[in-house]
Design a protein around this ligand. Structure first.
Ligand SMILES: [Zn+2]
Ligand SMILES: [Zn+2]
Length: 199
């Protein structure tokens, strides 16, 4: 039996901000502690996937997912012209076969997939491909990040002195805290993404 929601959710950038903070913490630790200890080729690959992940994340956030607009017609005009069954009373637009009303965005979305709080946007006809590309590149980046961190953490040469680096980055305690942080956050995200695509 359907229950009446106790509160209505509205759009909020909180989860996007949380994502940006966690991504920055992980990537800053990577830049300061892990990447300087890996081969230039591996650095380049990691930078490339980070760049692609950020690009497709931004596109997924800012792109109109396919909101349906009513072309300036009032709801009473729409009711006189169309079958009321084909109209959405919430956002006062014409429904299509594959559109669905998002109660968070408060708009109908063409080829609605789901509302994703991580991008604070719906996933629909116009941003579905960007979202898919973001998920794929993010997944690869997380896997690459975990592998690089593990390789560096277990490398016996990790603490050989490197010229020009502040001493704090040569401290084993600081280094291993960074490794746990990077791997911990990456594992949580890779698990969430795997669950998302397998549902
Ligand atoms: Zn609607
Ligand atoms: Zn939505």
């Amino acid at each position: 039996m359907l229950k009446t929601p106790t509160h209505y959710t509205s759009k909020s950038p909180k989860t996007v901000i949380l994502f940006v903070v966690l991504f920055s913490v992980v990537y800053l630790t990577m830049i300061l502690q892990i990447l300087p200890k890996v081969h230039t080729f591996n650095q380049g690959v990691n930078f490339l996937f980070a760049f692609l992940t950020i690009c497709f994340f931004i596109l997924s956030v800012v792109k109109d997912p396919g909101f349906i607009h009513n072309d300036g017609l009032s709801f009473s005009e729409l009711i006189q012209t169309f079958d009321p069954m084909n109209l959405c009373p919430d956002c006062e637009t014409i429904r299509t076969i594959r559109s669905r009303h998002c109660s968070i965005c408060k708009k109908c979305v063409e080829r609605f997939d789901h509302h994703c709080p991580w991008i604070n946007n719906c996933v629909g006809i116009r941003n579905h491909n960007y979202f898919l590309a973001y998920i794929i590149f993010q997944w690869i980046l997380l896997l690459d990040t975990i592998i690089l961190t593990a390789v560096v953490a277990f490398d016996p040469d990790t603490f050989l002195p490197q010229s020009g680096r502040p001493l704090i980055f040569e401290s084993p305690t600081v280094f291993y805290i960074g490794c746990v942080l990077v791997v911990g956050i990456s594992l949580v995200f890779i698990l969430m993404l795997t669950l998302l695509v397998s549902v």
